[in-house]
Design a protein around this ligand. Structure first.
Ligand code: NDP
Ligand code: HSE
Length: 438
C-alpha cells in the first residue's frame, strides 16, 4: 500500500508561520514515522513575497493570496497564521465550508466569531483546531477538553499573555523602562502586531473567552468581562507590592458559581502572594491553575509566546489533524447545536469580592490621611495597611493602602469619592489582591 501524502498550506509566514515551517521541516521524518504519512509543506501565503525570511521556502510554494490556499482542493490542512479578524476570518470560513481542517493560532478571531467558526465547521464538514490560541506551548486546550473532561470547573485563573509577563518581570527585576522592554518583546516576536492588544489586556481577554468556552460551553465577548491592562503599573507599584509580600501579574480569572448558575470572567493586574506558584512564573512564561471538582487543582507552566513554543502547539494540532484524516479518530468532535446554543447568567461585576491595593499621590500636609480614612470608612472599606513614601512631586507624598475584603461596588464608590478630595494629586490606582482558596 502506498503511503498517503498530507499537503499543508500555511496562511502567514511571520513569527509563528516560520516556526512551523522550520520545525516541521527539521522533524519531518520523525513525525512521518509516527503518523505513517508523508508530510508536504505545499504552499505558504504572505503579503510580501520579496521579504527576507528566516526559513528557505521554494519560490513556487509562495503565494500572496491566502484564499487560494483555502480553495485549493489538493490542500488537506490549512494553517491560519496571519492573525486579525479580517482576511483571517474569510480564509477560515472558506476552508471550513469546503470540509477542510483549519489549524489556527488566532485567539482574536475565536473570541469574536467562535460561534460562527464552529457553525461553519458543522455545516461544511470541516474541523477547527486551536491549541496555539491560548498560552503558546502549554497544551491547555487538550488538558481541558481531554485530560480533565470528568470535571466541572469552579475556578480557572492564570497568566495568559507572555508579553505582559515579560514586561512586568523585567520592570520588577531590572528596573528597566516600559518602552524599552516592550520594544524587546516586539523584537523577540512575543507581542501582537498591535501591541495594545497585549498591554491593554484584550489578548488575555480573548484567551480567557476561549478557556471559558471550553470549560462552560458559552462564548463571552470582552465587553462582558472586566478588562484592565498593565499600562498604569509603575516600578514603584512593583516595589511596594514586593514589600507587602506580593508579585504583580496580569491574570485572567474565570469563576463559575454552580449554585447560582453564574459565570464571571475578569482580566486585571493582580497582587499574587510571593509563595504562590503563579507569582514565580516569570518572563515570557504563562501559568494556569485549573480547579476541577474531581481532580482538584492542576497547574500548567510553559512558554506562552514566541516562535518555537507556538510552533510546537500548531504542529501538535497538525498531528491530530493527520490522525483524523488517516484514521477518522477525532479529538475535536464537532460541537453539537445544543451545546452551541447554551447560555449562562453573568455574575454582576459589582458583587465580586477581593482585598484591594490603592495607590495615590496626595498633598503632604496634616489631616490628609485622616480624610482618606474617613472616606473609606464611610463606604464600609476597612484599611489593612498604609505605606507613605516621598513623591517626586514637591510637597507631595505617595500613599499605598491595602484593604480588608470588600467588593467592587464599595471600592468603585470609594474611588469616586476619593477622586473628589482636593488633597489628592492623581486619580487613585486600584489593584486586586489574589486570595484563591483552591
Ligand atoms: P506576524 O505578524 O509575525 O505574521 C503574520 C503573517 O501573515 C506574515 O507572514 C504576513 O505576511 C501574513 N499576512 C498578513 N496578512 C496577510 C494577507 N492579507 N495576505 C497574505 N499574508 C498575510 O504574526 P505572528 O506570526 O506573530 O502571529 C500570527 C498569529 O498567531 C496571530 O493570530 C497571533 O495572535 C497568533 N499567535 C502569535 C504568537 C506569537 O508568539 N507571536 C503566539 C500565539 C499565537 P508578510 O510576512 O509578508 O507581512
Ligand atoms: N502576544 C501574545 C502574548 C502571543 O504575548 O502572549 C501569544 O499568544
Amino acid at each position: 500500500m502506498s503511503t498517503r501524502t498530507i499537503r499543508i498550506g500555511l496562511c502567514g509566514l511571520g513569527t509563528v508561520g516560520q516556526g512551523v515551517w522550520k520545525h516541521l521541516t527539521a522533524n519531518r521524518t520523525a513525525l512521518e514515522d509516527r503518523l505513517g504519512v508523508r508530510i508536504e509543506l505545499a504552499k505558504a501565503a504572505v503579503r510580501d513575497r520579496s521579504r527576507a525570511r528566516s526559513v528557505k521556502v521554494p519560490a513556487h510554494c509562495l503565494v500572496d493570496d491566502p484564499m487560494s490556499i483555502a480553495r485549493d482542493p489538493s490542500i488537506d490542512i490549512v494553517c491560519e497564521l496571519m492573525g486579525g479578524t479580517g482576511i483571517a476570518k474569510k480564509v477560515t470560513l472558506e476552508a471550513l465550508s469546503r470540509g477542510k481542517i483549519v489549524v489556527s493560532a488566532n485567539k482574536a478571531l475565536l473570541c469574536e466569531s467562535g460561534a460562527a467558526v464552529f457553525a461553519a465547521a458543522r455545516k461544511g464538514g470541516g474541523r477547527f483546531f486551536f491549541e496555539a490560541s491560548v498560552a503558546g506551548g502549554i497544551p491547555i486546550i487538550k488538558a481541558l477538553r481531554e485530560g480533565l473532561v470528568a470535571n466541572r470547573f469552579r475556578l480557572i485563573y492564570g497568566i495568559l499573555n507572555g508579553t505582559c509577563n515579560y514586561i512586568l518581570t523585567r520592570m520588577a527585576a531590572e528596573g528597566a523602562g516600559y518602552p524599552e522592554i516592550l520594544a524587546d518583546a516586539k523584537r523577540l516576536g512575543f507581542a501582537e502586531a498591535d501591541e495594545s492588544l497585549d498591554v491593554e489586556g484584550w489578548d488575555t481577554a480573548h484567551k480567557a473567552s476561549i478557556l471559558a468556552h471550553l470549560a462552560h460551553g458559552v462564548w463571552l465577548k470582552p465587553n462582558q468581562m472586566t478588562v484592565e491592562g498593565i499600562t498604569k503599573i509603575t516600578q514603584a507599584d512593583l516595589r511596594h507590592a514586593a514589600t507587602l509580600g506580593y508579585g504583580i501579574k496580569l491574570l485572567a480569572i474565570i469563576t463559575r458559581d454552580f449554585a447560582r448558575d453564574e459565570l464571571a470572567v475578569r482580566v486585571h493586574p493582580t497582587l499574587v502572594p510571593k509563595d504562590r506558584v503563579l507569582a514565580n512564573v516569570n518572563g515570557v512564561f504563562n501559568g494556569i491553575a485549573v480547579v476541577g471538582d474531581v481532580v482538584g487543582t492542576t497547574t500548567y507552566i510553559g512558554r506562552g509566546a514566541g516562535q518555537d513554543a507556538t510552533a510546537s502547539a500548531v504542529i501538535s494540532d497538525i498531528a491530530d489533524a493527520i490522525v483524523l484524516l488517516t484514521t477518522g479518530r477525532d479529538v475535536t468532535p464537532v460541537e453539537s447545536a445544543a451545546r452551541a446554543a447554551r447560555t449562562v447568567r453573568l455574575a454582576p461585576p459589582e458583587r465580586l469580592r477581593s482585598r484591594y491595593y490603592v495607590r495615590t499621590t496626595v498633598k503632604d500636609r496634616p489631616g490628609v490621611l485622616a480624610q482618606i480614612a474617613t472616606v473609606m470608612a464611610r463606604h464600609g472599606v476597612s484599611i489593612e495597611s498604609v505605606i507613605q513614601t516621598t513623591s517626586e512631586r514637591p510637597n507631595a507624598a505617595s500613599l499605598i493602602l491595602t484593604t480588608h475584603e470588600s467588593d467592587e461596588r464599595a471600592m468603585g464608590a470609594t474611588l469616586a469619592a476619593l477622586g473628589r478630595l482636593r488633597s489628592l494629586l492623581e486619580s487613585p490606582l486600584l489593584l486586586r489582591i489574589a486570595d484563591f482558596s483552591d
